[in-house]
Every structure is written in structure tokens, then in C-alpha cells.
Design a protein around this ligand. Structure first.
Ligand code: 13P
Length: 288
């Protein structure tokens, strides 16, 4: 199946009260593990690509070609969207050109008027190309920004302004942050989520920073309109832990244990297990 926009899968999820996972990819192993798990579980899936990961994989064109070829070679039939995560204005154009099926324009750091003007422009282009567009209101903090503790909460009125521009899905900050949550994290702000939902109606909402959010909070967020949940760090940690164990157990020193296909196998399996666990919690299994 060719890449699809995330629009239909997210509208179905919003309606059916489950969420589709966006799992960020870093290389071939990541991509393969996520696609195979989605196919095995008959779940729709969104492959997220950050600007940094795109650069690491030598550019968005390489990513797009790899994902499209892999879908064909692995005979993947579940819906797959290839999505730019936290895109800059320039990055969005590069991904449109490279053949992505979905983009996120992270204009949260622009003054609201500029965010609106740039989002409007991208809404039109995405509509012409049949792509989905995610916008962000209220920046989502994280370790990389030096923000510790509670992430920012979006202003519901601002969310409505951006949603009304015709974006496909909206990421609103509700106290979530990227990376591991600190021990004294106050949790998600459901008051904010509810207020945003009441302003934007049926628009699918996006929860970033999916790593480490307790299951009960995830389920409550889904009941309040979240239809897309982003997970990145958790797959990285699972990969790291399994790879560390392989080496600590001295397996790389046994026979052909140095072969990258063997060395990377436990980490790849750990990514699959993590994706499966998330898809179970999100409720997207058998929703392809
Ligand atoms: P985590 O790394 O915390 O899972 O967040 C992922 C994310 O939100 C990507 O946009």
C-alpha cells in the first residue's frame, strides 16, 4: 500500500476513541521493526521523522525512498503515514518535495500572527497534495530545551484560531514534555485538554512526549479527544537496554556475534515489543 495522509486514520481514531501511535524512526532497523509490528497487529501507524533524524539518514529523500521501498518489499498493507516531526518552515517544504505524506509545522515559537500566516500557507499546499498537516500551540518542553518539570499548557483560544485554519490535527501542550518525566512531574493537565477539546470540536488532538506517561493518563487523554500519540525515547531506551545486555553477556564475542545483523537483533526485537505494548494501550490493534 502506498503512503497515506494521516487524516483518515486519525478521524477514525477520534471517532472510535483510540489513538494511532507515531513512532519516530532513526534508521533501517527502527523502520523495519515498526512496520512489521504494525502489519502483524493490523494497526495503522505513523512513522515520525525529526529534522535531526532526517539529517542523520542523509536527508528526507533517502528516508522517503527507504520507507516506500520497504513498504513494498515487506508487503505492508496497513495504512502508513510518513510524517515530519516538529518541522521548521523550510523543513516542511523539503518533506513535501521528498514525498512525505504528512508534516508537522512547529510554529509555536513564532508570534501567533506569524504562526497563523505560515500555517495558512501550508494548509493550502497540503490540501492540494492530499497531505495531512499538524500544528502546535503551546510549546512542549523537554530535556533538550532545558525545561524541567511541567510542560507548558496551551491557550484554548489560540488552539481554536489555529484549528480553524483547516489543519488536520493539533498538538496542544497539556503539561507533557519530551524525554523522561522527572520524578516530581505534576502529570497531564486534563482541565487544559478538556478546554481545548471544547474549543476545537472533532479535531484529532496530538499528545507529544508519549514516553513514560502512565496508562491511566493515556486512556483519559484518549477519552478527551487525543487520537495521535508520539513515542520516541521509549523505543530508544528499549533498544539501548537490549543492546547493552547483548554486549555485557559477551554475545558479540561468541562465534559470529559481531555480525551487525546479530548485534542489532535484540535491540530491534525490543523496539517491536515496545511498539506492540503501546499499540495495545492506544487501542489501535485491528483498526487498520
Ligand atoms: P518522547 O521522546 O518523550 O516519547 O516524545 C516523542 C515526541 O513527542 C516526538 O514528537
Amino acid at each position: 500500500m502506498a503512503l497515506v495522509s494521516a487524516k483518515e486514520m486519525l478521524e477514525k481514531a477520534r471517532e472510535g476513541k483510540y489513538a494511532v501511535g507515531q513512532f519516530n524512526i532513526n534508521n533501517l532497523e527502527w523502520t523495519k521493526s515498526i512496520l512489521q509490528t504494525a502489519q502483524e497487529l493490523n494497526s495503522p501507524v505513523i512513522l515520525g521523522v525529526s529534522e535531526g533524524a532526517g539529517k542523520y539518514m542523509t536527508g528526507f529523500k533517502t528516508v522517503s525512498a527507504m520507507v516506500k521501498a520497504m513498504i513494498e518489499e515487506l508487503k505492508i498493507t496497513v495504512p502508513v503515514a510518513l510524517h515530519l516531526d516538529h518541522g521548521t518552515y523550510e523543513g516542511c517544504y523539503k518533506c513535501i518535495e521528498a514525498g512525505f505524506s504528512s508534516i508537522m509545522f512547529d510554529g509555536s515559537h513564532f508570534p501567533i500572527e506569524e504562526n497563523i500566516a505560515k500555517t495558512k500557507e501550508l494548509v493550502e499546499i497540503c490540501a492540494q497534495k492530499g497531505m495531512s498537516l499538524e500544528a502546535e500551540v503551546g510549546s512542549i518542553g523537554g530535556e533538550e530545551d532545558g525545561v524541567i518539570g511541567r510542560g507548558e499548557c496551551a491557550e484554548p483560544e489560540e488552539c481554536k484560531k489555529i484549528a480553524d485554519l483547516g489543519v488536520t490535527m493539533l498538538a496542544a501542550g497539556i503539561g507533557n514534555i519530551h524525554g523522561k518525566y522527572p520524578a516530581d512531574w505534576a502529570g497531564l493537565s486534563f482541565e487544559t485538554l478538556e478546554a481545548v477539546k471544547n474549543k476545537v470540536g472533532k479535531m484529532p488532538l496530538v499528545l507529544h512526549g508519549g514516553t513514560g506517561i502512565p496508562t491511566d493518563m493515556i486512556k483519559k487523554a484518549i477519552s478527551l479527544g487525543v487520537a495521535k500519540i508520539n513515542v520516541n525515547t521509549e523505543c530508544q531506551l528499549a533498544f539501548q537496554e537490549a543492546t547493552r545486555k547483548y554486549i555485557e553477556d559477551g554475545k558479540d564475542l561468541q562465534g559470529k556475534g559481531f555480525d551487525p545483523r546479530k548485534l542489532l537483533a535484540p535491540g530491534s526485537q525490543a523496539i517491536k515489543d515496545t511498539v506492540k505494548e503501546k499499540m495495545e494501550i492506544f487501542g489501535s490493534i485491528n483498526k487498520a
